[in-house]
Design a protein around this ligand. Structure first.
Ligand SMILES: C[S@@+](CC[C@H](N)C(=O)[O-])C[C@H]1O[C@@H](n2cnc3c(N)ncnc32)[C@H](O)[C@@H]1O
Length: 360
């Protein structure tokens, strides 16, 4: 693999200014979910100070697990996304994770910056814990929060210069990699599934089932897989139980010890998931941007896909994690480690939903 990983230790609002206009092919990122106080975000400068205790937002105001970087300074600001817009090529896609509580603020900022919102991908997982606690006395059995089971990913595109074909010819961007991201169909697909596929195809279906006409007669061929959908899941028993047809959607394991590299970062994303997303939106040999790099999972994913990456991260402690990840990868140790850790951690529960205060 010859992909390049460029790491910038800076605030992305400064770093983006140093990157050439219309130069990058995609942006795949996981900004802070900003579970901070609404007052802190919207209070007037002369508004009464937020009370540290007994306040409805007192727990949220510390951000995700009390991390001070978990705020909306950057990702809710249209001017930040204008900077991302500037460095992306026309037609380049942007994928940005968010929390169910704060998605709207980020999506509006992306929209206001000039991007076209194209879709919203739901990443469903079975490992979130409800952080609501039961009331007592007469209100026993009442709580305040649902169990977190998915995260929305905003899918947007910088406007095209003309048609998709013209944009592709000029910039290599504007379309998504359908063939490269088809969801494999279970080898053990039974006859009824095969019939459904044939029917779907006959009815001008979208490739949720594949068959083809050979020598004038319709035959079922080995299917290449289903059309990538806007739901992705973690393969957990819970998700499979909720969606009996979960196999239709891309499956990615939860973040394992290897994804985390022993890092203390609380929101590490599974590399498999990031790889799928990078592949979906980045042209071959292109360069993807992650302005909220954390431990650098987007960089590892890009490297594994043979795609270059530009990673920007503000916190020194996470830059160390990125450096370690890059060293492991480029020394070849990443491959060996990844396999053994995957097997070992297969059944470990993982909490990747946003954490909420216990009783808010
Ligand atoms: C949700 S985490 C990303 C985790 C990453 N997906 C991973 O798997 O390791 C968001 C990251 O954005 C960084 N960050 C927040 N605001 C930033 C800014 N203005 N410039 C650069 N990095 C920033 C935080 O330090 C944090 O590491």
């Amino acid at each position: 693999v010859t992909a390049d990983i460029k790491v910038i230790h800076a605030d992305s609002r400064d770093a983006l200014k140093t990157i050439a206009e219309n130069s990058l092919d995609s942006c795949v990122t996981d900004p802070p979910y900003a579970l901070v106080s609404t007052l802190k975000r919207f209070g007037n400068t002369d508004a009464a100070k937020e009370k540290p205790k007994n306040h409805q937002y007192s727990r949220l105001s510390r951000g995700f697990m009390g991390e001070k970087w978990d705020n909306g300074d950057t990702a809710f600001d249209p001017l930040f996304w204008v900077q991302v817009y500037r460095v992306l090529k026309p037609g380049a896609f942007l994928l940005a994770f968010s929390g169910t509580r704060t998605y709207h603020r980020m999506a509006i900022a992306i929209d206001d910056a000039g991007f076209e919102i194209r879709d919203q991908i739901g990443w469903a997982f079975g490992s979130g814990f409800p952080k609501s606690h039961n009331q007592k006395g007469d209100w026993k059995g009442w709580g305040t929060a649902l169990k977190p089971a998915w995260e929305p990913i905003c899918m947007a595109r910088k406007p095209l210069i003309g048609t998709v074909a013209e944009n592709l010819a000029e910039h290599g961007t504007g379309a998504i990699n359908i063939e490269g991201c088809r969801v494999p169909i279970d080898e053990s697909a039974d006859a009824s599934q095969v019939r459904t596929m044939q029917r779907s195809r006959r009815e001008g279906g979208d490739g949720w089932g594949m068959s083809t006409v050979v020598g004038g007669a319709q035959q079922v061929v080995r299917p290449e897989g289903r059309w990538p959908a806007d739901i992705i899941h973690d393969g957990s028993e819970e998700v499979q139980a909720a969606f009996p047809d979960a196999a239709r959607f891309f499956y990615t394991a939860k973040a394992d010890a290897d994804d985390r590299l022993g890092s203390g970062h609380p929101t590490v994303k599974p590399v498999d998931l990031m790889q799928y997303l990078v592949r979906l939106v980045t042209p071959p040999g292109g360069t993807t941007l992650d302005p909220f790099a954390g431990t650098g999972t987007t960089g590892e994913a890009a490297w594994r896909e043979g795609v270059n990456s530009v990673l920007i991260e503000r916190e020194a402690k996470f830059i160390k994690d990125i450096d370690r990840r890059v060293r492991l990868l480029t020394s070849g140790a990443g491959e060996r480690k990844r396999e053994s850790a995957k097997a070992k951690n297969a059944d470990k529960p993982e909490d990747h939903g946003p954490l909420f205060g216990k009783d808010e």
